[in-house]
Design a protein around this ligand. Structure first.
Ligand SMILES: Cc1cc2nc3c(=O)[nH]c(=O)nc-3n(C[C@H](O)[C@H](O)[C@H](O)COP(=O)(O)O)c2cc1C
Length: 178
């Protein structure tokens, strides 16, 4: 059994270690327009309510995304396809906007102040409904104004499992391994 340590670093390590066993999808959350676009990789995405349609994402309170979303009130969530690992790694890199020679991977603009990952599996365009402080993260709750999915979902989602960003096993793989 993994027991949380007495100190906060030990408790965080224990939580991370156990959470590795819970597979999630991978999203890019993004906001802004033109040269003021900001985006980051997030796996804490959750659907919260169907009526009204609400989703949530937990982001570090001291991160740039958290500051920006408080100012701009709109954000988008792009669910990454298995082939979009490069988006996941790039938008998780803390140095992504400082390294001049690395151009940010292109995002697609929308009629809202919300950029999206092109050809992602699905997306949500959201207006911020509320922001709740939860420990060292903020839970950003978004009211969904628009959502959609890719015409081609055959490749399946990108996944985060055991600390690794990986392609999901396709239905065919699962059936053939039986
Ligand atoms: C697979 C994966 C999932 C992540 N999920 C989250 C998340 O849900 N919330 C979060 O705050 N950071 C998450 N991160 C880390 C951020 O993407 C990373 O710290 C980023 O640089 C934060 O950007 P910002 O500080 O400019 O807002 C994740 C990283 C990876 C690789």
């Amino acid at each position: 059994m993994t027991r949380p340590g007495n100190d906060s670093a030990g408790r965080a390590d224990a939580l991370r270690q156990v959470a590795r066993h819970f597979p999630t999808g991978v999203t890019v959350v993004a906001l802004g327009e033109g040269s003021s676009v900001h985006a980051m990789t997030a796996n804490s995405f959750i659907t919260l309510s169907l009526d009204p349609p609400l989703i949530g994402v937990a982001v570090r309170s001291d991160g740039r995304f958290c500051q920006e979303v408080r100012r701009r009130h709109w954000f988008g969530v792009s669910i990454l396809a298995a082939s979009q690992r490069d988006y996941a790694t790039f938008y998780a890199d803390p140095d992504r906007y400082r390294i001049l020679e690395r151009k940010p991977l292109a995002l697609t603009s929308t009629p809202f102040p919300v950029p999206l990952v092109p050809d992602c599996l699905g997306y949500f365009v959201c207006e911020v409904r509320s922001i709740q402080r939860v420990g060292d993260h903020d839970l950003i709750i978004g009211g969904v104004w628009s959502c959609g999915e890719s015409v081609d979902t055959a490749a399946g989602p990108l996944m985060f499992l055991d600390g690794i960003i990986q392609a999901s096993p396709t239905t065919t793989d699962v059936l053939s391994s039986r």
